[in-house]
Unconditional design. Structure first.
Length: 130
């Protein structure tokens, strides 16, 4: 997961680049992860905290995956990954090809959830229509 700085529309310099040591294409996607405000889970003043990093981008993706499973709980991990990659949008000036800093682009939650729902609407063509 790459950490997207939404304000500048580019990958944060703190985000790791791929590929992996064994040649796999990582990161897969980019998600908002810079200046994310979240509930503060430790002692101290205030209830909220703003943080940046892939640790903040990953929950965004987890939420999208949860919504995908809410509309189609039969999805496999491979189907989810494929949908997320296929529906991602390239960053400004980039193509749909994998990039070592942004993966296949910025996650598009609405498109991914819509695609997950459409996969439920299948027609069994092995049965005769009546």
């Amino acid at each position: 997961m790459a950490n997207l700085d939404e304000q500048s529309r580019r990958i944060s310099i703190s985000s790791s680049q791929g590929p992996t040591r064994d040649g796999r294409e990582k990161p897969d996607l980019a998600a908002p992860g810079t200046g994310i405000v979240a509930a503060k889970g430790f002692a101290g003043p205030g209830e909220w905290i703003a943080m940046s990093g892939t640790s903040m981008a990953s929950p965004y993706v987890t939420g999208v995956v949860g919504l995908m499973l809410a509309v189609n709980r039969e999805l496999t991990g491979a189907q989810i990954t494929g949908i997320l990659k296929r529906t991602a949008n390239p960053l400004p000036g980039a193509s749909f090809d994998w990039l070592d800093d942004a993966g296949f682009g910025l996650i598009d939650g609405g498109a991914a959830i819509g695609e997950a729902a459409r996969l439920r609407n299948r027609t069994d063509i092995t049965k005769p229509l009546r």
